[in-house]
Design a protein around this ligand. Sequence first.
Ligand SMILES: Cc1ncc(COP(=O)(O)O)c(C=O)c1O
Length: 464
Amino acid sequence: MTRPVPDQSGRDAADWVRRDSELLWHPATHFRDLQLSPPLPIRAARGAYLETSSGERILDAISSWWTCLHGHGHPRIVEAISAQAARLDHVMFAGFSHEPALELAEALVEKAPGGRGSYGRVFYADCGSAAIEVALKMSFQYRQQTGEPQRQGLATLTNSYHGETLGALAVSGNRAYREQFGPLLFPVIELPVPSYAEHANQDLLRDRGADAEETQRAIQLLEEHRDHLTALLVEPLIQCAGRMVMPGVGFYRALVEAAQRLGIHVIADEIAVGFGRTGKLFATEWTDPKVAPDFLCLSKGLSGGVLPLSAVLIRNGLDEAFKGDPSRTFLHSHTFTANPITCSAGLASLKLFDDEHPAEHLSALASRLDVLSRQVAEASLHVVARRQAGLVVALEVQPDAGWESRLGPGRLSLELRTAALDRGVLLRPLHDTVYWMPPYCVDDADLQLLAEATSDSIRTVLGR
Ligand SMILES: Cc1ncc(COP(=O)(O)O)c(C=O)c1O
């Protein structure tokens, strides 16, 4: 595929690119990259494919930043959205309520780890970062109102990512995102994480990481700081933005158990891994289902991945601390909290798990991804590690010595992305880590294309 693509609307493609690059500020994009790799005009999306303005199809192998679950434009989600928009498009959620918000909340707590026995309230927001802010503030305020005002501290994991608003950034251990804003961020306790170069899908079935040195040290740090920590933030099973590091089910279980034993809230960030990505509806289900985090943060796939929505599931009984005197009110609101259209998309998406993408389907897809990613890894000397947890696959590549100094830092990801796009596949490697996180509607031909395009791109950019 050559870019920029011509525009079927009759406008000159170069004109589109010029107008875009003069006016728009794209996320996570340096202005120089706009010249090297201008944004592709997309006019439609259906199933697992995006369609450029010139009609070329691109396999969305990363579900457009891990959102799209069942495929783009799924008729049942589209129908739910349009029916809801015609009925009730929006109403403020303070002082008003509506069926989609209530039904989605009921369905979520029913399906969450431990079910109704675990979660008693749902608080909506509109993006992942906002859900993290809600959980942080709620935990903090809870302590003020339950006689433990000294518990103000937060613990987070090395290499973690929880979003980019200031609170979410402060609790992210990922240096690249924090560096620029250091003086604006409150201090946190950072805990070590076991990092295994390799992780097989089967590793989900064992208690990996439980007795790792890092796990012991992390628990020790929680114990040392037990009296002033209010919450621990953790991404269950996969640190997605942190190059798809998979620290092990045992690590997650041991950490949650330790925090709960010490009276520290667990804020589980399932924003990226929730809704089937690890092969179960929630990643937390890989541990003992009774081990329910105090706050479960959801977004991305929550609306089926088509509209901005997030939710925090709150452990039974926590709300008691916010009752009584009005000064105990939780003062946090977003204009579009619980928008009815987004909630109706979420409900339609949850039903699709039963009807189209049940656990057996996800498991079969995971097995196919396992086979194909092994083939890709074996075909190239440059693939030095392979990790998989359910429907998330990561391939770590290593260029020959001197490659990066020839092309400059940060170029590896861009070169691989461009090579994959030329083969009709959207990949967006995290530095040296190529990963797959496709929508659940992919068929075997799509997966074959994905594997071939990945192999070819690695070969083209790095050689055999
Ligand atoms: C684990 C995790 N938490 C939080 C976020 C932030 O979500 P948002 O970009 O919707 O604010 C992300 C986004 O990628 C994420 O992967």
